[in-house]
Ligand binder design. Structure first.
Ligand SMILES: *[C@@H]1O[C@H](CO)[C@@H](O)[C@H](O)[C@H]1NC(C)=O
Ligand SMILES: *[C@@H]1O[C@H](CO)[C@@H](O)[C@H](O)[C@H]1NC(C)=O
Ligand SMILES: *[C@@H]1O[C@H](CO)[C@@H](O)[C@H](O)[C@H]1NC(C)=O
Length: 386
């Protein structure tokens, strides 16, 4: 205990204590909280791709409105590619505010808090992710937090969900930022780095392994193992999953080992919507919600998560824009040829080596990687790889 003899310093200390207390909360931000029946509902809007065509934007708004009315969630996770940042509309910078007004209106109209994590396309225009984060956080309904961890990303943060009974933290939502294009050999479209996994470990210790759930935009490579070697529900509708390797970061291994995060969901591959049990972790895709960019295999919709506080459990389903809850088909590993990841180290060695040697001679590495990625996306992957 500090003994204070001077009354003036006492006043100053009291002032700072009060000042500190006043700012220790999160003024203006509502805390997430389990309902009195012990449940908490999350809806995941992924790959909205606003800012391509007026018609698509109109359909997006309609989709968001319908899905929110069907499900009445407590919180909305916008899991990346909210906008098509590459579109020329964004060269007019006032359009950022316009599109953000548009894409957040369905939530603002209903007083439902939301938060974001970045995809690979959001920051492809004049606004970088830091500016986009400031823009999002300027809305009262946004509970996003600016979070750079060890120099990586802008949208790494944790949202606590309070107990239905008290102001104790009952559960956590971990949001990871899969950064921008250009993750070296880890994954072409973005990745989660080792530093972010270290941040997660620190936080998980700090919160004493409080049960948690998590979101990121780009899938880790384990999602391909999951499809190839486990029973899953849903579909693989792409030519390959555009995922990143985790050999170095140990992203998924660490989550599995610690056991506090119960699921990890992502978007990015618009035509994939499967999920399954990967070593005890529920791993999987949401459903593409938006009409911009290429379409989902089935209709637009959203993945929903119903969390139960005590004991911590959850259920997940896909609700589509027609209002149906989809019965995702069971897929067994023996049903198909194995699928692959777009990350270079997982290319079929025979032809990749030849192309790479040729590429290394003729074109700079950055470009050859982009070409390989395009080859993969164009579906030549399966043709050559099988
Ligand atoms: C809330 O408190 C009641 C009464 O103490 C208890 O029975 C119930 O299990 C608690 N619910 C949760 C979700 O902790
Ligand atoms: C830029 O976009 C805003 C709407 O967001 C519009 O009012 C304005 O006219 C546009 N400016 C130009 C130069 O096109
Ligand atoms: C946000 O909330 C504050 C305080 O309640 C209010 O003054 C402000 O107008 C709100 N801003 C918006 C954009 O709704």
């Amino acid at each position: 205990m500090i003994v204070i003899s001077n009354p003036i310093s006492e006043i100053i200390i009291i002032f700072f204590l009060l000042f500190g207390l006043a700012f220790s909360g999160d003024p203006g931000q509502t805390d997430l909280k389990f309902r009195s029946d012990g449940t908490f509902k999350i809806i995941m809007f992924t790959d909205l791709h606003y800012g391509e065509k007026t018609l698509y934007d109109t359909l997006n708004i309609e989709a968001q409105n319908k899905l929110l009315d069907f499900e009445k969630p407590d919180y909305v996770m916008l899991s990346g590619d909210m906008i098509s940042g590459y579109n020329e509309h964004f060269l007019n910078e006032s359009n950022y505010r316009y599109y953000w007004d548009t894409l957040t209106k369905p939530m603002r109209d209903r007083n439902i808090p939301w938060s974001i994590t970045f995809g690979n396309h959001d920051a492809e225009g004049p606004y970088n992710s830091a500016m986009l984060m400031d823009l999002d956080m300027s809305y009262n309904g946004s509970i996003s937090k600016k979070g750079t961890v060890f120099g990586v990303g802008e949208s790494n943060y944790i949202l606590p969900i309070l107990s239905s009974n008290s102001s104790d933290i009952a559960s956590l939502i971990y949001i990871f930022d899969s950064d921008n294009e250009g993750c070296g050999n880890l994954g072409n479209w973005g990745c989660v780095y080792k530093q972010q996994v270290e941040w997660y470990e620190q936080q998980s210790d700090f919160y004493n392994k409080t049960p948690a759930v998590s979101f990121v935009h780009i899938p880790p490579i384990e999602v391909v193992d999951l499809w190839n070697n486990n029973e899953v529900y849903g579909d693989f509708g792409e030519s390959a999953s555009c995922c990143y390797t985790t050999t170095e970061s140990k992203f998924v291994d660490t989550i599995v080992e610690r056991g506090d995060i119960k699921f990890l969901y992502f978007g990015h591959d618009h035509r994939n919507d499967y999920h399954g049990n990967y070593k005890g972790l529920d791993l999987g895709y949401g459903r593409k919600t938006g009409y911009g960019s290429y379409d989902p295999k089935y209709t637009q919709g959203a993945r929903v998560f119903l969390l139960q506080e005590k004991p911590f459990t959850f259920k997940t389903w896909i609700r589509n824009v027609f209002g149906d809850i989809e019965d995702q088909p069971l897929h067994k590993p023996s049903d198909q040829i194995p699928m692959y990841c777009c990350a270079p180290e997982k290319f079929n060695p025979n032809w990749v080596i030849s192309i790479s040697i040729l590429g290394a001679i003729l074109i700079p590495q950055q470009q050859s990687q982009q070409i390989l990625n395009k080859v993969c996306l164009a579906g030549l992957w399966n043709l050559l790889g099988s």
